[in-house]
Design a protein around this ligand. Sequence first.
Ligand code: GAR
Length: 206
Amino acid sequence: MVNIGVLISGGGTNLQALIDGVNSGTIKGKIRVVISNRKDAYGLERARKANIESIFIDPKGYSHEKYCNVLLEELKKRDVELVVLAGFLKILSREFVNEYKNRIINIHPSLIPSFSGQGYYGEKVHQAVLDYGVKYTGATVHFVDEGADTGPIILQEVVKVDNEDTVESLREKVLKVEHKILVEAVRLYCEGRLGLKGRKVIIDRE
Ligand code: GAR
């Protein structure tokens, strides 16, 4: 069983998918703690309902580095082995990333490297997709490195953009795919099936 820590900032539908994945036995892991940088994040409530420890850590009063150190301490205290960023809208410090090297997984609502990096998060991504007029978008799960959305890609899935799509409809379509590939990536990680060759993720599907 892999000890998982989940960081969130919002509604937590991806967190819910992970909770369901653990409860159904798909993911051979245990969510030890859910941490939010926002007090009103509904994901905290989802964790509570699932009897998972959930904590809000206010970034106010901390430098960015210090805040990341506080997160690190809380995760280590609970023996967290894998950190999942499930809609966590903050960039992690170099120190944090080094401590959990190749053990941090992020979900992003586009086909990286399109519509990713600094400033591309949440609905801004879907707005940019619509403004650009691409015909396909999607979702990406990747390991986190020191950059913004630049780490090795684990899984991606395509979503078609229709003429009638709005930010809201696109968000819904992409979220469905996010939930699926995030659970799959965490499942593979917990089963030890993800290897790295340079920046390429090799999946052992035997
Ligand atoms: C998701 O779409 C996730 O991909 C995105 O925030 C949303 C959180 O939704 N993350 C990013 O944009 C990170 N750059 P949720 O709280 O319902 O899981």
